[in-house]
Design a protein around this ligand. Structure first.
Ligand SMILES: Cc1ncc(COP(=O)(O)O)c(C=O)c1O
Length: 437
């Protein structure tokens, strides 16, 4: 939808940014260049080398996790984590079949599709579990319902949205009771912690098999790259083998199982290696951004993405806001386009995102829940009150709560780049205020 914000009287006096303010862009410090150059100087321009070994060791140590395996991206880590879980549960599959063929897997619903696509890569069927409003992650009450409906399920894929950990103590308890394995997607939450039975534990170590991402927009980056994390040496060795085409112990290329070319590059690892010392600094910068938004937007009918401070410490990767229901202006979304209209004292994600974009800043809608995606529209969806499909009735009125759909409708991700200055952030806060005039 096109609107001329720069000439709209409501926004009078606000200057366009000279340089684009990004949602979350890489923040380089110089050490990255050193380790990339070192890889080239020593000719370790390969998927082997000291940068990879160091990244694996330093992140495993930082997280307090047994083993890390450097891979080409977080998606590759999630794929091999999911495949490994499938093989543990249901045995080795034929080369042309996934390990989850014929099986259902409970999955976070409001996340990036990379979290849960590996279930389909492995021929399984994702059952989407609705979101809770306290942290915007998998709802343990909906997970419990899902186990009532599908008691045979043995695998749960759980993500931590925008760097805020979910209710992991409850989720782990439910999974243990049902003898289910957990694949933890900590792609967005490196450095965030959860309290489990009184102990603070890092995300990325909470599942049986875990993944983090070094994608260009993450809290630290390699431009791409990811890690598979586990406490089992045998499992780490298996993933390392799969990621390098599953070569057997023979002098020639011998293969007994299907393989992948998923290993991390030593050049990419050089960038990650240079970033690791700055992880805590990035988290502090992101925290300051979250707090400035919280304070600056406190007088508006909005709230920030919620955090359960008693049981978690986020890494504040992205700051988000949610518009109060009674302050939502008309806003509808089709499959690829949206329409919004302005109403005095109200606004909508569409209007706010378009307004900040007109002034040169990048925001983003909340992840569209997986159960609403055309790709997965025929997959089951379970909410805290049971089956989430086919819940309205043409002849009987009533409401049905779909928490993820509601957050998607009313929420948005704010520019959260850790190089944004306070003045720039204040200008974004001012633009958001003007949207509600
Ligand atoms: C929640 C989530 N899962 C998985 C991924 C995939 O990671 P990658 O881009 O490194 O493949 C991302 C980010 O890109 C993500 O945000």
């Amino acid at each position: 939808m096109i609107h001329d914000f720069l000439n709209d009287d409501r926004f009078k006096g606000i200057e366009k940014f000279d340089q684009k303010i990004w949602l979350a862009s890489p923040t380089m410090h110089g050490d990255e260049q050193y380790w990339v150059d070192e890889a080239i100087r020593t000719n370790w321009v390969s998927t082997v080398g000291a940068n990879i070994d160091t990244v694996e060791k330093e992140i495993a140590d930082y997280l307090g996790c047994g083993y890390a395996v450097g891979l080409s991206c977080g998606t590759a880590a999630l794929h091999l984590a999911t495949k490994l879980a499938g093989e543990k549960l249901y045995g080795q599959a034929k080369p042309n079949q996934g390990t989850l063929q014929g099986y259902k897997v409970f999955c976070s619903d409001m996340t990036f599709d990379a979290s849960i696509n590996p279930v389909a890569y492995e021929d399984g069927e994702a059952v989407f579990i609705d979101t809770e409003p306290d942290t915007w992650n998998m709802d343990p009450a909906a997970l419990k319902k899902a186990f009532e409906i599908y008691p045979d399920v043995r695998l749960v894929v759980v993500a931590h949205l925008y760097g805020t950990p979910g209710k992991m103590e409850e989720i782990i308890d439910i999974c243990r009771r049902h003898d289910a394995l957990i694949v933890e997607d900590a792609a967005e939450s490196l450095g965030a912690k959860c309290r489990i039975k009184g102990e603070w534990v890092e995300t990325g170590t909470l599942g049986d098999y875990n993944a983090i991402s070094f994608n260009g927009n993450k809290i630290i980056t390699g431009s791409s790259g990811g890690l598979f994390l586990t406490n089992s040496k045998e499992d780490a060795d298996k993933v390392r083998k799969w990621s390098t085409q599953s070569r057997e112990a023979a002098p020639w290329y011998q293969h007994e199982e299907i393989g992948y070319n998923y290993r991390m590059s030593n050049i990419i690892a050089g960038v990650v290696r240079g970033q690791i010392p700055y992880l805590d600094e990035h988290i502090q910068q992101k925290k300051a951004i979250y707090e400035r938004y919280k304070e600056g937007l406190a007088d508006l009918p909005v709230s920030m993405n919620p955090i359960d401070f008693e049981n978690s410490t986020p890494n504040y990767w992205l700051s988000c806001l949610l518009i109060d229901e009674n302050a939502m202006a008309g806003h509808i979304r089709g499959e690829q386009e949206e329409l919004w209209l302005h109403e005095n004292g109200k606004s909508s994600p569409g209007e706010i995102l378009a307004a900040i974009s007109a002034f040169g800043a990048e925001g983003r809608p909340i992840w569209k829940p997986m159960h609403m995606q055309p790709l997965y529209r025929t997959n089951p969806f379970v909410t805290a009150s049971g089956n989430g499909r086919g819940r309205t009735n043409a002849y009987i009125s009533g409401t049905f709560e779909d928490v993820g759909a509601d957050i998607f409708r009313r929420g948005l991700c704010l520019p959260s780049d850790n190089k944004m200055t306070e003045e720039q952030q204040d200008r974004i806060i001012e633009i958001i205020h003007r949207c509600f005039l």
